[in-house]
Design a binder for this molecule. Sequence first.
Ligand code: FES
Length: 488
Amino acid sequence: MDLFRAVHDGRIKFLWVMATNPAVSMPDAGFVREALAKCPTVVVSDVMADTDTGSFAHIRLPALAWGEKDGTVTNSERVISRQRALFAAPGEARADWRIVCDVAGRLGHSASFDYNNAAGVFREYAGMTQLAADAGKILDLTNMQDCSDTEYDTMEPFQWGGHHPFTHGFPTENRRACIISVEPALKDRTQLTLNTGRYRDQWHTMTRTGLSKSLSQHRREPLLEICAEDAERLGLADGGLATVRSVHGESVFRVSISDAQEQGSVFAPIHFTDQTSGGGRTGMIVHPAADPVSGQPGFKNTAITVEPYHADWRGFLLSQTQIRPDCNYWASAKIAGGWLIELAGDGTIDLDALLPAGTRLEVTDRARGMIRITVAAADGGLAGALYVTRSGHLPERAWIERQFAAPDARTEELLAGRPATPQADNGKLVCVCHDVSEKTLRTAIDDGAGTLAKLCETTRAGTNCGSCRPILAQLLSQPASSEKETVV
Ligand code: FES
């Protein structure tokens, strides 16, 4: 935050952003955007063309993606591993260190940046850790400062500091951990505390993971998770919308009543950006106060107020192309064949701005304020399908979504919002890796898969990344299902 304050008041005039998306991820992101807009020169190195921060860039540099990088990576367990490129760099993309060296050379510092490869950069880094060792820190890689290119290339993963660095105490004068108690910021007791964090299947600002239709199945919108008691007190309905405000800004979220939240505390994800939502940017709300010792911003304790947002209309759009509608709330998620975009707004709907080009077929029920439109592309395929209601219900998304990717989708069924012949509903998807739904898991449990190991073995759920295992455990702890089949 200190850096962006310096940009904002003109002390920093040149900013080079690498491997991060601060226009979304920083607290008080409205202030950060003002700073970026004021900065005379912003350079953004990124692997994606469209990011919120990239829209402030005067110069864009094409960076490498994870699978194209060659170097080392250190995990939070202090293990340093060699990372070897899986793919050649596409187009003009280059390693960050090479770009930095070229810029340094143009500025007349080529002698100080004369690395030939990633090994050369690592050797300097390893030598530099002498500074940490001199300051009494555990990090010390100086024994690797002279490693050869071959030794670097064949490096096995290792944990710096040894396996048990804290056995003999912490690196403090008296070898004891220095634990600092902090006072939470005082707040009005009528307010709620906003905790922010990650979704199981997304990474930071979703610039890459948000392009995966599998990962997008887990959560498709920015949800405000809140306990039932607080939701009732505030008049919030599960699946409705809510406006969240702090002194720094406001955003709109989909309400999700959850027993994972305590009274007085709500949760919202950090992931959604201007590319993927028209409301749910959490960084707009989060306060910018940072811990005075570590500098870590307080992402998990912003005082907020929440109130229901009753939109005049709501709906969803399936579109081959990603669009950014101009309405009070929208959130887009990748699906097979395009995007599913949830919508809500006030006043009239500008259909021409919302719908892709093509031949439209429309069904309208003015009494219920219902509009359903399909749009045929020039090649005869489906370019889009829109479902809007002012007071009624919206059709099930899952079936419509499947039709959107199907070559033989029938327009009259799509306008009806359901298949001519009812189909089995498998419930929501739990294991994204192996495409296993809640219904399949419940059936397996009913049929005797009573332990986590047995359930994983029977259904394959939980046997790849393992992220879904807590949900499998939850299902196992619930009473046996009595409902064998539901239809839509
Ligand atoms: S989501 Fe990866 S194993 Fe289930």
